[in-house]
Write a protein that binds this ligand. Structure first.
Ligand code: AMP
Length: 232
């Protein structure tokens, strides 16, 4: 981000919504359809530390398996490091961050200091649908592609369409953990909507269910195009 032209702001999309609202799927589709820049998922970053069994991974594993948030200090540091990489210069997509008021405030300070222009796309999905989606979700452990047993199954059951890897159920996509994650969202994350409004961050409200993921992405791109935020 350092080589950015003077006076030009770096657009940062905050994909906001409950677990299961489709943030990861939409991030991938929006990059194909209308936005530049990397997809930065804090959940994926944290899972990589767990897989690597490094010190961070060992420290956060218990909390993540239980569906609880990890410390603000850790995620703030990981995100700050990531968004200073050169590939974020023309924009980036945040998925799963910020999730607490502290994280939102840290991101806001960073954005103000570094010429970043954050805006929010809020994916709205009913509670019952979220539970159904999360419990039917499968993921490719290699390329990260997400499948849904009901709405978007793989062509061959249990196998990734793209690279043939056996699909897995995430540890935290099991029923009691799903409830905990949704509770954490209600308590810690949903209040950010009011915060964004109060501090004047632009927000786009999108129905995240009732249409195909592709149609939802087109709808988002349409709204962003009207506001001059798309690149193609
Ligand atoms: P996700 O893949 O976004 O659903 O995140 C999976 C898990 O990673 C969450 O349940 C948390 O334990 C942890 N996590 C991801 N992002 C954050 C964040 N911004 N703050 C705290 N914990 C996070």
């Amino acid at each position: 981000m350092d080589a950015q032209e003077p006076g030009r702001l770096t657009p940062a999309l905050i994909l906001f919504g409950a677990p299961g609202s489709g943030k990861g799927t939409q991030a991938r589709l929006l990059r194909q359809q209308c936005l530049n820049g990397p997809h930065i998922s804090t959940g994926d970053m944290l899972r990589q530390h767990i897989e690597a069994r490094d010190l961070i991974g060992l420290d956060i594993e218990g909390r993540m398996r239980a569906g609880r948030l990890v410390s603000d200090e850790l995620v703030n540091r990981l995100v700050e490091e990531r968004i200073q990489q050169p590939d974020c210069r023309d924009g980036f997509i945040l998925d799963g961050y910020p999730r607490t008021l502290n994280q939102a405030a840290v991101l806001r300070d960073f954005a103000a200091a570094r010429g970043v222009d954050p805006y929010v796309v809020h994916l709205i999905v009913d509670y019952d649908k979220l539970v159904a989606r999360l419990s039917g979700r499968r993921q490719c452990p290699v390329c990260g592609t997400l499948y849904s047993l009901s709405t978007n199954p793989p062509k061959v059951p249990g196998v990734c369409d793209l690279d043939g890897t056996a699909l897995v159920t995430r540890e935290d996509d099991r029923e009691p953990v799903i409830r905990e994650r949704l509770e954490q969202y209600e308590l810690q994350t949903r209040p950010l909507l009011e915060y964004f409004q109060r501090v004047g961050v632009a927000m786009f409200e999108i129905q995240g269910a009732g249409a195909t993921p592709d149609a939802i992405a087109k709808c988002i791109c349409g709204k962003l195009a009207v506001s001059g935020r798309t690149v193609r």
